[in-house]
Design a protein around this ligand. Structure first.
Ligand code: DQA
Length: 139
């Protein structure tokens, strides 16, 4: 299968920021672990701190034949109607991912403006959230 993993704002700091929440593995290490889990599949990894770049990556994905997109939009999750509309604009199923259990954290993290246009949500399993989300496409 073909999987596109998209990480949004501040996820490039994973492993260096709030280690008690997000762990000590860098995003590169997390991606390498994900790729190792899906050896027989095609995986591409994209990260941007810029909302519009994430929208553009989602638009471009429409014609690239992905089976699924695994998206951790970071804080954009909680307020980006632009990313929500970009997800709604494409036919590829998107699974929303969070490493932390956002529902056990601050109130503002309990709201996701993208969940309603995603196939499902995986949250709270650390770096394994990405693996569980991609696995869902194989069920
Ligand atoms: C996050 C949760 C968000 O609330 C936060 O802004 C992030 C990371 C997670 O992976 O747990 O940057 O998406």
């Amino acid at each position: 299968m073909k999987f596109l993993f998209i990480n949004g704002v501040n996820l490039n700091m994973t492993g260096r920021r709030e280690k008690g929440v997000y762990g000590t593995r860098t995003l590169g290490e997390i991606n390498a672990r994900v790729a190792a889990c899906f050896k027989g599949d095609e995986c591409e990894f994209f990260q941007s701190n810029i909302e519009g770049e994430i929208c553009s990556r989602l638009h471009a994905a429409q014609d690239e034949g992905w089976d699924g997109i695994i998206l951790n939009a970071g804080a954009f999750t909680h307020y980006s109607y632009a990313i929500r509309d970009a997800i709604a604009a494409i036919d590829i199923p998107v699974v929303e991912v969070h490493m932390s259990n956002v529902h056990a954290r601050e109130e503002f993290r309990h709201t996701s403006v993208i969940s309603a246009v995603c196939r499902g949500v995986v949250a709270g399993f650390g770096a394994d959230s990405y693996i569980l989300a991609a696995q869902s496409f194989k069920l």
